[in-house]
Ligand binder design. Sequence first.
Ligand code: NAG
Length: 400
Amino acid sequence: LLLLLLLLELWLIRGALVSASLDCVLAEQGCAQDASCMGQYRLLEYCAAEEAVSPLGSDARLECLEAQHALQYYRPLQVCKCQRGSRREEHCLKVYWTVRFAGYDISPYEELKINLVRNIEMSQMASIMSASSLSVDGQNQCLKAAQDCGLYEKCGSLRSEYVVACTKRAGQSDSSCNRQKCHKALRRFLERVPEEYSFALLFCPCSDTLCGERRRKTIVPSCSYEETVRGEERVGKPNCLSLHTYCTKDELCRSRFADFQQNCQPSSQSPSGCVRESRAMCLKAYAGLIGTIMTPNYVSNSSTEVSQWCTCEGSGNEWQACQRILTLFSSNICLRNSMGVSAVPPPPPSEENTAAPAPLPSEHVHPERLHISHNTVPESNSVSALCHPQVCSCSHCAGR
Ligand SMILES: *[C@@H]1O[C@H](CO)[C@@H](O)[C@H](O)[C@H]1NC(C)=O
């Protein structure tokens, strides 16, 4: 009952959180009432459709830019936003990007009222953290998160739905899965299940590789982003720039990526490491990418390091542009800190830990970032090498 009340409360607050901005579908309907607005809008639709096929010629482009300029006087279309996971999201995003035919990608999603978000995220994070500190010694937090999800019907059933969608063979002779269906099911899960459950699954803290492997496999990598094995040859990772170009051609992926760039923008000045100072918003934006062409994930079983399934090798003179995309995931202080909040439980107030600190190579090295050989089964030695009072409450850490 307490949990239900908490969920209800979060739901109510969430409703009040979103600044009341105009939905782009409504803005489009308003535009349709005005012949000149609609004329320019239809022209821009045509521009966007043409551009998607091949780059426009300079005359055509000029005409399109003029139409875009003319529409700037129709404010509703300029200020409208979309809601992630809403029924009309796709249509809404189409309107949003049509009006922004050329220009910098700004997130189409509604802003959350930032101060309220901060208060809520503190309590949400606190509850995730207290849940993990209640754990018994050595409990696999990712396993626990999965069990908790199973106990809540909505989470359990949407999770099985995506697991089925992501593991089912596409055809009888085909060994690969249907990635589109898998992505759709993953997005449904993340959009409908409260973050108390989904974030606990995505960002569960781990102190050993068994837990880390479960965490890495949460989103079924073999289907959601890894290239499948065709015959005997492994299909390599795509180039990150190509992946990004491909993403921008898809309105949903383009939107989620713009949202991620905006909400996980790193800053060396702010305490959170984020320009926007909100860890919850960065995690939300990160989770929003799961189920798109640019699905990110953990790179190994033994660290919280994440990346895209792509490479910058052979990018030639585009190497820097390629690296910019890759490092948004692989070395982004904002993302790293945001994930750290829920991934690392507070130090347990246990005597063993205060009495005998773990031998660490360096105080600044996060134990989860220590790489251990992929080929070794986690024996007690390698496991204890990963132990640290900050992350570990397991029994074999005692006294180390
Ligand atoms: C994770 O562990 C499993 C089982 O030991 C292994 O097969 C897999 O290659 C590992 N993956 C990574 C990315 O380390």
